[in-house]
Design a protein around this ligand. Sequence first.
Ligand SMILES: Cc1ncc(COP(=O)(O)O)c(C=O)c1O
Length: 359
Amino acid sequence: MINIAKPQIGIEEKQAVLEVLNSGMIAQGPRVKAFEEAFAEMCGVKHAIATTSGTTALHTAMLALGIGAGDEVITTPFTFIASANSILYTGARPVFVDIDPKTFNINPDLIEAAITPRTVAIMPVHLFGLMCDMEAIMDIAAKHDLQVLEDACQSHGAACNGKRAGSFGVGTFSFYPTKNMTSAEGGMITTNDANIDERCRVIRQHGMRRRYYHDELGFNFRMTDVHAAIGLEQLNKLSGYNRSRQQNARYLSENLKGVTVPYMYDDYEHVYHQYTVLVPDGHRDTLRQYLRENGVGSEIYYPVPVHKQSFYVQELGYDIALPEIERTVQEVLSLPVHPALNQEDLETIVIRVNEFMAL
Ligand SMILES: Cc1ncc(COP(=O)(O)O)c(C=O)c1O
């Protein structure tokens, strides 16, 4: 079976973990600090703060930005549920905007109409490894004095006009094993703002500035040195991994027939966390079944957008229609693109998709 994802753990990660285990310092320590510094450098920002997951990175960043009850945050519901849930954790409300179906990302042209006196922030989600139109989003944010929190959990190393994901607003990343790089579980916040950096560190550590003196409600969102040791080794390999993903994507896009391949802007670096095609005419589920029977894994990201999830509809009362998203979720299919694929795997994927679409 050609799997949809395959984490790459090499001898370097294993040795690095052993070194931490043998050092006697296994909780948050020097490896976390080194990982934060190296990640900040990769993103081109001044500060990075490691957390336990992408979800806790989002939650911490929201709180550090001062977002809370009564506030509204504009975002896309075509994402993993954690993006929107992190807004709910603070007591604020997600306001959902439709996507540009070409890119799968929030459509900046629809953002201004969603702004109300309660709006405090925009949360663009760089879905599948392609950044949102950040120039348009930053202009809107500046015009309306809004904060920008990038959910870059799927976009490590992606760039737009040479500027990396996580360097426009406050950035958040996930290191879940299927991501472009992993620390097993883990997350990171990126920022150029020293105050946000300080706020995140306090929130991550039980609201503690001075040992055992607690000025506010915080959490234990600390990453361990064991996880950071894996993350550091993976960060060293990230540009190679992303290059493989890009080469695999290029081969697929040049050879697949009968499906709409992922969109690319000229000046954007797409890092293909997922390689997601659109399958027309109601054939998506039968193609998926055919691929499964023929040894090719695939996945539907995401079958139900957040505004249609039962919790959001029944408990929170969301009752909105977002036509581009609702059409897109019927047609999306993500195919394997990860760095462990070989040429034979890529050819198999192309042959199987093309033979089905030609039927
Ligand atoms: C877009 C997006 N946001 C947030 C998250 C949450 O990250 P984590 O699973 O590390 O909590 C993920 C990861 O699955 C994601 O894909």
